[in-house]
Ligand binder design. Sequence first.
Ligand code: NOJ
Length: 724
Amino acid sequence: MDGGMAGDRIEALIAEMTLAEKLGQLSMLAASLVVTGPVLPGDPVDLMRKGRVGGILNTWGHDEIREAQRVAVEETRLKIPLYFAVDVLHGHRTIHPIPLAEACAFDRDLWLRTARESADEATRDGIQMTFAPMLDVCRDPRWGRISECAGEDAYVNCEYARAKVRGFQFDAKDPQRRMFGVAKHFVAYGAVTAGRDYAEVDVSRRALHEVYLPPFKAAVEEGVAGIMPSFTDVAGIAMTAHRGLLRDLLRIKWGFKGIVISDYNAIGELIPHGVAHDMAEAATLALKAGIDIDMMSGAYEDGLPVALERGLVTMDEIDTAVRRVLHMKEAMGLFENPLRGLEKISPGPDTIPEHRVSARDAARRSLVLVKNEGDLLPVSKNGSNIAAIGPLADKPGEMMGPWCMAGEEKEAIGFLQGLREGFPDCTVQHARGCPTDDAIDPGELALAIETARESDVVFLCLGEDRQHCGEAASRTLPRPPACQMELARAIIATGKPVVLVIATSRPWILPDWMVDGARSVVIAMFGGTEAGRAFADVVGGEWNPSARLCISWPYRVGQIPVHYGMRNTGRPHDPNNGFSTNFLDAPIGPRWVFGDGLSYTNFELGELRIDKTIAGASDIVHVEMAVTNAGGRAGEATIFLFAHDPVALVTRPMLELKDFAKLLIEPGETRTAAFALPVSRLAYPGFDMEPRLDDGRINILAGTSARRENLKSVSLEVQQRMTA
Ligand code: NOJ
């Protein structure tokens, strides 16, 4: 991003600053609105006036930003502008599908576009920084924050990271519409024990290097402006104090030049973590690990002066962090124009109508159809009686999901409204049936049953409320609450064709009877502002469903973690062998596998072709597969390219995703999924965690999901001496 203020001007400022002013630049304050942790004492405006605040989080809007910035540039001694940051995770005013849903689109262009549109809206509201993308690979539906990531696979999270960083930071033509991204939460937050938020993380070095670190590396390579360490520890070392990962790996090895921002109150939380006696020690640990900005703990403010006195830190170390903050402000263009990008806009996402159109498109591309017995969907638009039943049927606000700060509930479209608009010639009746998670009222249940009986098709909309998703929303049983189970039993018992619609932020453990009893199952998750219209587009057939699951849906809680990239083991699963890896009471795999998802047409796959069977380390192998649309309507196929290394130095996953492609194919047409696969992508971390490629055979596989039985495969012989 372009700056303007010369480095020597920054040095001159640093030379002039008091210690208090320096620490002010290192402190980020939550001024209002959204607070997810303890609040600091003192009047925020007074603190700003004294130069004790460098930036503000979770405030936006013309008047608020203008006034705060006025105080900074007119009333403080050094007139250094503030920066403003918000968690723009999946939309600002116009809310897009939650990341876990949008990832199911497997569409890099879409990921980029929605990030650019978010940046466009947020910068108009005075924001220069977002705490996004969230890149915590997660395989545990118990964790509420699974909603914020791009699912179970490292490669998908890498591609998602690249697209989001480009979309937020670089894609807008107008520099004022560019927003700094902060990739979070570095690292392995998605592996919290038992999915319990903030709990300890104890993953292997291999898991770190194969699964959890790569998305951050991708973000850094793409030029992400900031990194936020996670609240947690990793194998006993608190991430907020992790010199090995934050300094040696991120800054030195990866060459990251940007800003590192603590999570909310995380520096102060080094005390309860049990690695610091007091704020001075906590601040020392964080500063020495390379954390520049203290979000809301006051540890830098209170602890660093004491640490200086005790000789724990030097002024040079403080200046290094201050310098990074000032360079960031310069790169944001704030010294040139403190009100950069700010516009007076009326509330509501209607301000930018094309963003709503785009949000509807994003939502329908994110909706996964996993069952469609007898082609119940799409539903005819000619005069049928439709029932929208269930606690999530008419809950427009919930459709926005977690982290939708500037999104307005009244602007959101729920399933019921979507169906009413999308099926104008049908009768669309509604009955809630039960609350989301509370006692069921017999009268309400009876009404729902009656409504179902009067209809030709029932959309049974189950799910969770958005405050039960996201941060601090872990569950031991991620499944429909008792009242929703009772409602589902009763509705299925009517014998009417049921479309089960799941609006959750995470995979749910569904009972077999519920899945068997529904003719169709739509995994809607939370589709954002336009969720309801997008839903009607899919179930009415305007849009041929094209999304595929980026996360496995387990059969049982006890299977967690279950994902497609398991290793073979020394006793590979064999249903006929009791002494193979198995469960006595559940299948080994999930109910719905990574890549599962149906369309209203059928795709037939040709053989997998490869342009060379022997390749060297720096070669690119071209892999192709013909895909024919054998059905009656145009549709998008998703083709996944996997690799499997059958013999290596360490045990390898049975499948590893290496690429994916999306193809729009007309009925009867054949198109080619073409992949250019660099052989270097087949490397894996060796004993020393450095990329390692062995000579020998690697299986290359492709198909429409990670179900092995449907994959086509070829083998490739790697011979490194070929390029030596
Ligand atoms: C805590 C969350 O962990 C983090 O993701 C978020 O960016 C901050 N709060 C600020 O809201």
